[in-house]
Design a protein around this ligand. Structure first.
Ligand code: 5GP
Ligand code: MG
Length: 188
């Protein structure tokens, strides 16, 4: 049987090569801005894992990593507007956020509801600073005043998958980012 994930992809937006090159540039920016600051990069699970893995290897200053589990989409292809994020954040991070320079690492900023909630919760812990690093920025749907401090690429209002981004938990392992065919999620 043929490997069939690619049949569900309308078009490739960013190839492996483009992702590699751009992530390197963003890693270099972070390295320059955070020299001597020992930043704590906090990946938002699960979508950020592939980006995070490449990004930290493009950062050449001392840094630490942590992850937070946040859920906004459920199984659908449209934002639910509901964020599940409970419990003790320091405990979830496995380290204290107080006094740290935090960089939140997200797969895609869409309405920004998710990151707005996360960054407000983190700010309650008195970090030295909080910035946002997004792989993709989908600004058309934004009605919250929140911008990415670092981003790799802008995207239009299309549903994209791959390089960590899923549809109903699938396609995260595609090495490129592509637009999912509408027929795949048109039931939602
Ligand atoms: P926001 O709270 O900014 O509206 O939603 C952010 C989250 O929605 C992202 O972390 C991601 O999980 C999901 N999301 C938004 N747009 C897309 C998209 O085009 N593709 C995928 N796979 N997820 C998306
Ligand atoms: Mg996500």
């Amino acid at each position: 049987m043929e490997n069939n994930m690619s049949k569900d992809i309308e078009k490739i937006l960013f190839s492996e090569e483009q992702l590699k090159n751009r992530v390197k540039e963003v890693g270099a920016e972070i390295s320059r801005d955070y020299r001597d600051k020992n930043p704590l990069l906090v990946g938002i699970l699960k979508g950020s894992i592939v980006f995070m893995a490449d990004l930290i290897r493009a950062v050449d200053i001392p840094c630490q990593i942590a992850f937070l589990s946040v859920r906004s989409y459920g199984l659908k292809a449209a934002s639910s507007g509901k964020i599940d994020m409970d419990g003790d954040i320091d405990y979830a991070l496995g380290t204290r956020a107080e006094g740290r320079h935090i960089i939140l690492v997200e797969d895609i900023l869409d309405t920004a509801l998710t990151l707005n909630t996360v960054s407000n919760r983190i700010k309650e812990l008195n970090p030295a600073s909080v910035k946002i690093c997004a792989l993709l920025d989908k600004q058309v749907q934004r009605n919250i005043d929140l911008l990415a401090d670092y981003k790799c690429f802008d995207v239009e209002n299309e549903f994209v998958v791959g390089y960590g981004l899923d549809y109903a938990q699938n396609y995260r392992n595609l090495p490129y980012i592509g637009v999912l065919k509408r027929e795949v999620y048109s039931g939602d």
